[in-house]
Design a protein around this ligand. Structure first.
Ligand SMILES: [Zn+2]
Ligand SMILES: [Zn+2]
Length: 472
């Protein structure tokens, strides 16, 4: 037997294999069919299929697309499916696709320009013939409605939240200002994920409230491009951030009930069509189809020390370390375990135990779980008075720490944020555990508190939402 013998694809048994995935050799065509098949299985519902009626009501799908590797694979699969449906002379494409890019260019550096990437995609897939729209949403729009902006701070003695109005001179605010006030990359990344989720939600609500177009139905399904590896990353990262209660909502395929006005709700399907595909398979797919050139490239990061990394970056390295045999067994176990988690509030009620709070966090809008609530729990387990460093090592570590986070360490840090009780009583609200940690780290020397649009009453009031996010 010759050692140079070409290994054949195990599926078609005729073509030479170009890649090995899950111990199986694949030729290019069979590998692409294998990946595409997984996505089509995830989107097998009748509502996405080709339509033959004369006046079909198209399903409206929203795809928040970062134009990163996973997003490009999902976009490729969707646009190819649309082109395939479109080529049927009697039929029509079964769904309308809205591709939305959340533009972070005001504070994040990219090597490529987003409009160039979108134009290249439009040309490659001949999208002028397809029911697909591309929209770029400026993330700074999150702070557009200055009426609702408040300063939020956490008193680190008792973990109580203080909400104050902004002063007259501060009535415009940009996302970059908030990011600068946050103490590290980890909390910046945490807050950016919340901003993105809320912008997407506003975008969906807007589709229910725009009366002008009869042809376009409101968004009924949202597709996320997480792959198995990124989902496993999120399961552990959310847990570490104290946001574990969100796992079921963010990472499982489900139907969400979304309040779209103060009196109405809508049912929204959430799908993760790439959830069975690893990031290595995503890269192979991109390479085989020469799609890497379409990727939106971030400027190269300088090498970071461990404490400068985000939680997601550290978790990523952890998975690389434990997946020594490249089988991906660990990540698939984490994803399937994460997929079994449910809504903690519902689970508690079924259990008949503790009654839960229905209060929502004023920042991330998650339901605040736990009895006692996070502020009381943190107070109970924390010793907030100061102890002087005792040993030489402690003294040295202390002075290094003081040096590293100047000017945040001073007496003022431990003062309640506002002496004006009338102001703080004007608005009350609670924070979840994850947000207490993030807001608690804001340096007071930079700004007095953490600025955020707080809508505590009827936050889904249509007029407010539309005013808040004019996306055009
Ligand atoms: Zn083959
Ligand atoms: Zn929160």
């Amino acid at each position: 037997m010759s050692t140079t013998e070409v290994q054949l694809c195990s599926r078609c048994k005729t073509e030479p294999s170009v890649t090995v995935s899950r111990k199986e050799p694949f030729c290019s065509q069979c590998f692409i069919r294998f990946i595409t098949g997984k996505q089509r299985k995830a989107m097998a519902a009748e509502k996405f299929k080709i339509q033959f009626s004369k006046d079909p009501k198209k399903e409206h799908i929203l795809f928040p697309c970062s134009f990163g590797a996973s997003s490009l694979v999902l976009l490729d699969i969707l646009l190819c499916l649309m082109n395939e449906q479109n080529s049927n002379p009697r039929g029509q494409v079964g769904f309308h696709l809205s591709v939305v890019y959340l533009d972070d260019s005001s504070f994040e550096k990219h090597d490529t320009v987003i409009t160039d990437v979108i134009n290249a995609v439009k040309e490659k897939y001949q999208t002028q013939n397809l029911p697909v729209t591309f929209e770029v949403v400026d993330m700074d729009g999150f702070f557009e409605d200055s009426e609702n902006l408040r300063k939020i701070s956490v008193n680190l003695d008792d973990y109580q939240t203080h909400i104050q109005p902004l002063s007259q001179s501060e009535h415009s605010f940009a996302l970059s200002q908030l990011l600068q006030a946050l103490p590290n990359r980890a909390s910046r990344h945490d807050i950016l994920q919340i901003v993105k989720a809320q912008l997407i939600q506003s975008h969906i609500i807007k589709s229910y409230n725009s009366s002008d177009s009869d042809s376009e139905t409101p968004i009924s399904t949202v597709l996320y491009a997480h792959n198995m590896t990124t989902m496993a990353n999120e399961v552990l990262s959310l847990t570490v951030k104290g946001r574990g209660a969100e796992i079921h909502k963010l990472l499982t395929d489900s139907v969400l009930t979304l309040p779209i006005s103060s009196t109405q709700t809508a049912q929204l399907g959430i799908l993760h069509p790439l959830k069975d595909i690893t990031s290595t398979e995503i890269q192979t797919y991109l390479t085989l189809l020469s799609l890497t050139e379409l990727e939106l490239k971030h400027k190269n990061q300088p090498t970071l020390m461990n404490k400068q990394k985000t939680i997601n970056e550290i978790v990523n390295e952890y998975y690389k370390d434990v997946d020594v045999d490249h089988t991906g067994n660990i990540i698939s176990t984490v994803v399937s375990t994460g997929g079994k988690l449910g809504d903690p509030l519902t689970l508690k009620k079924n259990d008949g135990s503790n009654e839960s709070s229905t209060e929502q966090c004023i920042i991330c809008h998650t339901s605040i779980n736990g009895n006692p609530s996070p502020d009381k729990w943190l107070s109970a387990i924390s010793y907030t008075s100061k102890l002087p460093p005792l040993t030489d090592l402690q003294k040295q570590s202390y002075s290094e720490w003081v040096e590293s986070c100047k000017p945040s360490v001073n007496e003022e840090n431990h003062e309640p944020p506002s002496q004006d009780q009338n102001q703080t009583q004007a608005q009350t609200g609670k924070l979840c555990y994850g947000c207490i940690v993030t807001v608690g780290g804001v340096k007071k020397a930079d700004q007095d508190g953490f600025v955020w649009p707080v809508v505590t009453k009827e936050r889904y009031d249509v007029d407010d939402v539309l005013k808040e996010f004019s996306l055009d």
